[in-house]
Design a protein around this ligand. Structure first.
Ligand code: NAD
Length: 474
């Protein structure tokens, strides 16, 4: 099934008309929609996991259940339990003399209307239905355009959504970059895009023509700083788990390590140990996901070849041997002390390649991070609080996990998003609800003639001058 670009505008018009006609909708309607979304995922979890595995070539049922089903269901339930509190209007202070004379100020969180969601392939269910849960929590309608790289999963998601939702509530558009481009040019009330920084830039340009506000969840190179006080065995275990999950195809994957020079050997040994523990017989291992396409696997192989040609020391870690019938299962490949001109230090890696740069002083590592684009995630390993604060207070990133990688995204009450070229805006947490709501200011004027009393109603005279004198006291 493919949606033609011409079919998109009528879908949006139908949703906007239904949205306007149904206002105001009680919170119970939002709750019902989120409950339907939860039921859709729980009842069809196996089919969705099978579709994801088919799209990837191989992806473990357990991994898909954890990253795409359980995580998304839990987030939708978190939205359900917080909905009432989030949606509650807030009283705001009114300054003197308006407040003293009875003026009242209130902030209401109202739905924006129709929100477009453009999602990538790496966590195809999570990154489509996760934003959707919070978009629905805020009372909006939604149109989704899942990735063309996961056609089977996108097809199952479209069918299940059509079974559970009216097209004027939630609709799915299918297709490749041409449909995506037409989708991003629609005059949505808000647009959420998850994908690469390069495509994000195009999406924002298209949205600008309509003055459509955007949430851009982008990528980048998330660094790991190994502090001098780090427990290397634990760091190795956690870095391997975060790097090898989904074969490194995670926006928050640890992209490169910054390690004290005299600890480099120890870090590599810890990574090797963790690999043997978690992925004995790596390439034939069902737990290990494949790279999504031949082209993307080839890109990673080219990246390693480029590192070797550039003189870097390349170490492959593949317990059980690197020979595999599956060309899309790649070993963990460490690139020691790469130069900045190598592809693996210029591009987001998005696979199991892990450059390690060494440093003499922590300031050197911090300066290196600060000389590059602002990353989506930043990771610090160590028990020395002063070192940790030195890193956190002198760098900028979307989010941080201390003594692990990736995990801050799992804390549902924390906003998740990037900064600079890793993204704009955030969802998750109360901030996500606000992102998808319009915070509407409502001021109610009392009966008393405030402007007249203050003398600021024409004709102006002596009273106005007195008011100014009173108000401008230092
Ligand atoms: P991508 O940018 O290639 O594609 C994402 C989506 O954009 C797809 O649905 C695609 O159809 C659409 N698209 C393609 N061309 C378009 C255009 N010209 N205009 C509008 N839309 C267009 O990204 P990808 O390869 O699917 O995903 C990998 C990237 O996503 C990585 O950079 C990764 O870091 C990032 N990512 C970020 C997050 C996050 O939450 N910050 C999560 C996952 C992935």
């Amino acid at each position: 099934m493919t949606t033609t670009p011409e079919e998109l505008e009528p879908m949006l018009k139908a949703q906007r008309a239904a949205f306007m006609a149904a206002r105001p909708e009680p919170l119970s309607v939002r709750r019902d929609r989120i409950e339907r979304l939860v039921a859709l995922m729980v009842d069809n979890a196996d089919e969705l996991c099978a579709a994801m595995s088919e799209d990837f070539g191989n992806r473990a049922w357990t991994q898909s259940m954890v990253t795409d089903i359980m995580a998304t269901v839990n987030f939708a339930k978190y939205c359900l339990s917080n909905l009432k509190g989030w949606a509650k209007p807030e009283k705001r202070k009114v300054q003197f003399p308006l407040g003293a004379l009875g003026g009242k100020a209130e902030l209401r969180f109202e739905p924006k209307g129709v929100v477009g969601i453009l999602s990538p392939w790496n966590f195809p269910v999570n990154l489509a239905f996760g934003p959707l849960a919070q978009v629905l929590a805020a009372g909006n309608r939604a149109m989704l355009k899942p990735s063309e790289f996961t056609p089977k999963t996108s097809e199952v998601m479209a069918r299940l959504i059509a079974e559970k939702f009216r097209p004027d509530e939630v609709a799915v558009a299918a297709g490749g970059p041409d449909v995506a481009q037409a989708f991003s040019a629609l005059p949505f009330d808000h647009l959420v895009f998850t994908g690469s920084t390069e495509t994000g830039r195009k999406v924002m340009q298209a949205a600008a023509d309509n003055l459509t506000p955007v949430t851009l969840e982008l990528g980048g190179k998330s660094p790991v700083v190994i502090g001098r006080s780090a427990d290397l065995t634990r760091a190795g275990e956690r870095i391997v788990m975060g790097k090898m999950m989904n074969a490194g195809q995670i926006c928050l994957a640890p992209d490169y390590l910054l390690v004290p020079a005299d600890m480099e050997e120890g870090v590599i040994a810890a990574l090797e140990l963790a690999m043997m523990d978690q992925y004995p017989d790596l390439t034939e291992n069902e737990d290990y996901a494949t790279i999504i396409t031949d082209d993307k696997a080839e890109r990673l192989r080219d990246m390693v070849a480029d590192a070797k040609a550039g003189g870097a020391d390349v170490v492959e870690i593949a317990p059980g041997g690197t020979a595999s019938a599956d060309k899309r299962k790649l070993p963990l490949t460490i690139v020691r002390n790469p130069s900045d001109s190598l592809a693996c230090m210029e591009e987001e890696i998005f696979g199991p390649v892990l450059p390690i740069k060494t440093y003499e002083t922590l300031d050197e590592a911090i300066d290196y991070i600060n000389s590059r684009d602002r990353p989506l995630g930043l990771y610090f390993f160590g028990s020395d609080n002063a070192e940790r604060e030195q890193v956190l207070s002198r760098t900028i990133s979307g989010g941080v996990t201390v003594n692990d990688v990736v995990f801050h995204v799992t804390a549902e009450d924390l906003p998740f998003g990037g900064v600079g070229s890793s993204g704009i805006g955030a969802y998750h947490g109360p901030e996500g609800f606000r992102e998808f709501s319009h915070a509407r200011s409502v001021f109610t004027q009392p009966k008393v003639d405030i402007a007249g009393l203050a003398g600021i109603k024409p004709p102006y005279g002596e009273r106005a001058r007195k008011t100014m004198k009173l108000m401008l006291r230092k």
